[in-house]
Design a protein. Structure first.
Length: 280
């Protein structure tokens, strides 16, 4: 099982991320290469890449993931906002490639009143501006929870965006358990059925990353509120079934749960402990 968490790049960059992941007994991880709110980034050459890669090899850590900043909005009708998002994602692709990481995840965007059809075309326009076809990684659209004016909530929306991108062989998808359940995909009672829908509409070959989170809000609530494993409406039993499912056995599974309980959540999902301490 490739399982890890969203970890820090404080002070020593990629080396810090690997060291934190080792402390959780993780086998993969996710980072932001700058603040998740965007802004100026530290030079990627200062991330101690080679030392980190060596340490990953020694501890059997593989297939890490980069998450692009939340500030990117390729659906925006505001030219400066859209242009900034294009440049930021292009730069994050370059930074991710330098680190030797094969997946960069981003939130598709929000239409802020222009409607979903406009937003899908605008996102595709941005990706066509960014992608050259020569990228050595996958740019992954994350499934959204349906809150606000966000797009990329349904498999159909994501598939339509992908279909409008010229170099779409460079595109993948990052599914999020909290987002799927909150939008209305019943992964608790019919995970196989949901994944069949995904395959029929998008294609399972595009599923590159899975975010593993419980949900603070009920099924189909259309709210993006992550919860610790076993404390939310999805529940520990369903999440355990998902992470041990054959379909995700080779996919990086990334925890974005609150309160820094990653070590015991990872141990629990692996089946190494009966339940996390906070459930006792």
């Amino acid at each position: 099982m490739k399982i890890g968490a969203n970890v820090s790049i404080a002070k020593t960059g990629l080396l810090a991320a690997v060291q934190e992941s080792i402390s959780y007994d993780a086998t993969t991880y996710m980072i932001y290469t700058r603040s998740n709110r965007g802004g100026k980034a530290r030079p990627i050459e200062d991330f101690n890449r080679d030392e980190a890669i060596q340490l990953m090899s020694e501890h059997a850590i593989s297939d890490p993931v980069v998450h692009a900043p939340y500030l990117i909005n390729l659906a925006s009708p505001v030219e400066d906002t859209w242009g900034y998002g294009v440049e930021l994602l292009r730069e994050d692709i370059r930074r991710t490639s330098y680190l030797g990481i094969k997946y960069v995840v981003f939130h598709p965007g929000a239409h802020v009143g222009q409607g979903a059809e406009y937003a899908k075309r605008r996102i595709a326009e941005g990706l066509n501006e960014i992608l050259t076809g020569g990228e050595d990684l996958y740019v992954c659209l994350e499934t959204m929870a349906g809150d606000g004016s966000k797009v990329g909530n349904s498999f159909e929306e994501i598939a339509e965006i992908i279909s409008m991108v010229k170099h779409n062989d460079r595109l993948g998808v990052c599914a999020d358990t909290c987002h799927l359940y909150s939008y209305g995909y019943d992964i608790v009672n019919d995970f196989d059925g949901v994944m069949q829908q995904f395959d029929d509409i998008i294609g399972l070959d595009r599923l590159k990353v899975f975010h593993i989170n419980d949900s603070k809000t009920p099924f189909a609530s259309r709210k993006d509120r992550h919860e610790n494993i076993g404390l939310g409406s999805i529940g520990a039993e369903a999440l355990m079934r998902i992470v041990h499912h054959q379909l995700v056995k080779d996919i990086p599974l990334i925890l974005e749960t609150p309160e820094g309980r990653y070590k015991e959540e990872i141990a629990f999902l692996r089946g190494e402990i009966e339940q996390p301490g906070y459930l006792k």
